[in-house]
Design a protein around this ligand. Structure first.
Ligand code: MLT
Length: 400
């Protein structure tokens, strides 16, 4: 009989967004006449179609794949040089130096943040903010790793800071944060980098929402902070930036300087390990997608993406204004597509989820799904259409 990985007993029966989808489906089956009215502001999925640049380059790449002269089969597992260079150039435009050889192309920040756990031994202490994107907790739990939490609450504006009395080996940070939308400033990120360097820890930095930062001076990458290249890996994606949730493209930066001494005094490079892992377990992102991603990452391509982001941020303002009028306290919606607020009427988040679905046919995300500190909070996404967001806010306003 096979011995199963019993760590799976320690994760929730289903992934947060799968559970939400299950509950919404059950509601729609029970009340078919209401199914059409359901407005989905739960999972952070985009609604704007692909940009002109993305579409044109996808068509072009398909044509290349159908011609004998330009057809390509297997590509480099880490991504084609041209797209790794396009990522490095994107960083350069934001004032950050990253070597193309440190850039690894993949199909999603979700996969990479999950898969990277394999590079770290079981007995590391993992420090995770609470609330936070559930993938970090789920994947480390599946691995049987010891997780400790740092509280993100109203008292620290949902931005936990390092505590010298806590010793961690691996630290997850997500800024702008999913789900709270809170964003670290440079001094705060510097404090984390200083902590990591002092404690010989590694920061796994999720910057999937960097393109939504609108306040000047806020860092869009951990590498905007001195010393980060010696202690941090960064994950980023085109999912929200370019509407690639269904198209799939992400990149992870593993700096060459991340070299650690292991048993027998041997040196191991995290970049080489990641390269080794990916070349065995991953056959690369489709050529067509990489080709389109390179075009999207160009100055012109990104201009179109920013127009879509402005569209979504208009929704964010609409949601924020509704909450403000109702006197409901919230964070986010300025540097992030997420708005995180206290559940009205003292409700707990799953209770509020049901209440909102049943009484206004609005789907949101219960804060409890992001950690215990989310028990009384709720997340709405601004990635819907203007029409649906407006309609949802009118219903919300009527309900409270
Ligand atoms: C979210 O809605 O928090 C995520 O973007 C969905 C996911 O990637 O799992």
């Amino acid at each position: 009989m096979p011995k199963l990985n019993e760590n799976y007993l320690n994760v929730q029966d289903s992934y947060l967004f799968a559970e939400i989808a299950r509950r919404v489906k059950a509601y729609e089956e029970q009340y078919p006449d209401k199914a059409e009215d359901v407005i989905r502001l739960g999972i952070g999925d985009v609604t704007r179609p692909l940009t002109k640049t993305a579409a044109a380059s996808l068509h072009e790449a398909v044509d290349m794949q159908t011609s004998q002269e330009t057809f390509r089969g297997y590509g480099p597992e880490q991504g084609y040089g041209f797209v790794r260079e396009a990522v490095a150039e994107y960083y350069r435009r934001n004032g950050i130096t990253v070597d193309a050889e440190e850039v690894f192309i993949s199909d999603g920040a979700k996969s990479d943040t999950g898969n990277i756990t394999e590079l770290f031994a079981k007995d590391n202490v993992i420090l995770v903010p609470d609330p936070v994107y559930p993938v970090y907790v789920d994947t480390n739990t599946m691995d049987g790793k010891h997780i400790i939490y740092m509280n993100g609450t109203e008292d620290n504006d949902f931005l936990p800071m390092p505590d010298d009395s806590v010793k961690a080996d691996i630290i997850y940070l997500c800024s702008p944060n999913n789900p709270t939308g809170a964003c670290y400033n440079k001094e705060q990120l510097q404090a984390w980098v200083d902590y990591a360097l002092k404690n010989e820890a590694v920061i796994l930095f999720d910057s999937a929402y960097e393109a939504f930062i609108s306040e000047p001076g806020l860092p869009r990458s951990i590498y905007a902070v001195e010393g980060a290249e010696k202690c941090a890996v960064e994950f980023c994606s085109l999912s929200k930036t370019a509407g690639f949730t269904g198209t799939r493209f992400s990149y992870t930066v593993v700096p060459k300087e991340l070299v650690f001494t292991v048993s027998n005094g041997r040196q191991m490079s995290l970049r080489d390990m990641w390269n080794r892992r990916q070349s065995t377990k991953f056959n690369g992102t489709p050529y067509i997608i990489q080709y389109a991603a390179a075009a999207v990452l160009s100055g012109e391509g990104m201009k179109e993406c920013m127009e879509n982001i402005s569209y979504y941020m208009k929704n964010a303002r609409m949601i924020a204004e509704t909450l403000r009028r109702k006197g409901i306290s919230f964070t986010g919606g300025v540097n992030s597509p997420y708005i995180w607020f206290k559940c009205p009427k003292g409700m707990e988040s799953w209770e509020f989820f049901d209440y909102l679905l049943q009484n206004a046919q609005i789907v949101g995300t219960p804060g409890a799904g992001f950690g215990v500190n989310g028990k009384n909070h709720f997340r709405l996404t601004s990635l819907g259409t203007h029409e649906k967001t407006k309609e949802a806010m009118e219903r919300f306003e009527k309900l409270f």
